[in-house]
Ligand binder design. Structure first.
Ligand SMILES: [Zn+2]
Length: 343
């Protein structure tokens, strides 16, 4: 089969590789669409240590089942499917507790951090264990289904927050995940949605997605404005969707006493932490990692049209042009949202 192979850091090649082979509980999926994730772009140069070459990246995908293993009964050839980005063991303590996203031995598709290597979906075919598959509803396209992973990550953070009707929310970082958090908050009963970013285009995108107010991090009266908008208290819940000191500090600063800060972004491994602001105001700081079954809900919301993703797809391009699009995303020469590659 053809695949887009990370042969060495900063070197992608579209080339022939051996066809993958399924075992008893797997299906073979012919990939129809696979989105380039920010983590793939960051992984390209080795800086994250999670894409050790040679390997095939890609974990935001959809396709059609072309072969099923002997132990597979619920799925058949021709089924249109998407799948979790995480392959998790079924007999793990955390999985059995209902937290499969935290399971030991979990592996992410298209990731190679040294302890394991699992080839991803920038290829014609991919092997997927049957327990991570989801059916794509008829009126949802393969490209839309390839967006589900990112929307599910956003929904997971909202589920972690345990939002109540009327909560005021602030989102620091209006990239892909931040925008989907905003879209989901719109239908989750949040009263006021305030977005903050470093980039004016992203602030505009946040407003388009349904934020009530949009500000720049550099705005010297940001905190004052947030306080004014939230009955002189600060936001009930903050969602941090970048993972840098400036953004984490802004999320903490603009949350009301006793409020919650949900940390989703993790671009930097460490950030400066305003300890006293957290302790003396009794903030609840909660991490949100990946997805815990949110796929089904997102697929339903896509089917019913309650959530839209097309506006976040910039380009659908052939997988053979993958190296070109990775380079464009890496060099940030233009503002791109999701680039989807089609084998
Ligand atoms: Zn991703």
């Amino acid at each position: 089969m053809k695949a887009l192979v990370l042969e060495e850091y900063n070197k992608l090649a579209y080339k022939d590789v051996p066809d993958p082979v399924i075992t008893e509980n797997d299906v073979l999926v012919k990939v129809m669409a696979c989105g380039i994730c920010g983590s793939d772009v960051h992984g390209l140069d080795g800086s994250t240590g999670r894409r050790i070459p040679p390997m095939i990246m890609g974990h935001e995908a959809s396709g059609v089942i072309v072969e099923t293993g002997k132990g597979v009964s619920k799925w058949k050839k021709g089924d249109r499917v998407t799948f979790d980005s995480t392959v998790y063991p079924l007999n793990d303590w955390f999985t059995l507790e209902g937290n499969y996203n935290l399971s030991d031995m979990r592996e992410v598709l298209g990731v190679s951090p040294g302890t394991y290597k699992r080839d991803g979906a920038f290829a014609e075919f991919i092997v997927i264990p049957q327990h991570i598959l989801y059916n794509i509803p008829k009126n949802v396209t393969f490209e839309q289904a390839a967006m589900v992973e990112a929307v599910a990550v956003a929904l997971h953070s909202i589920n972690i927050a345990g939002i109540k009707t009327g909560d005021s929310c602030i989102i620091t970082g209006a990239g892909m995940i931040g925008v989907f958090i905003i879209k989901l908050l719109r239908i989750s009963g949040a009263s006021k949605i305030i977005a903050v970013d470093i980039n004016t285009a992203r602030v505009a995108a946040a407003l388009n997605a349904g934020a009530d107010h949009g500000f720049m991090f550099s705005d010297p009266s940001l905190n004052e404005k947030v306080i004014q908008l939230t009955n002189s208290r600060g936001a009930d819940i903050s969602f941090e969707a970048v993972g840098r000191s400036e953004s984490v500090n802004s999320a903490i600063e603009n949350t009301r006493k006793g409020g919650k800060v949900i940390l989703v972004g993790n671009v930097s491994p460490k950030v400066e932490f305003p300890l006293q602001k957290v302790v003396t105001r009794e903030l609840k700081i909660l991490g949100s990692c990946a997805i815990r079954g949110e796929y089904e809900v997102i697929l339903d919301l896509l089917q019913s049209g309650k959530i839209k993703v097309d506006d976040m797809i910039s380009i659908v391009a052939p997988l053979s042009d993958g190296a070109y699009w990775f380079e464009k995303l890496y060099s940030r020469t233009e503002e791109l949202n999701k680039v989807i590659l089609v084998p």
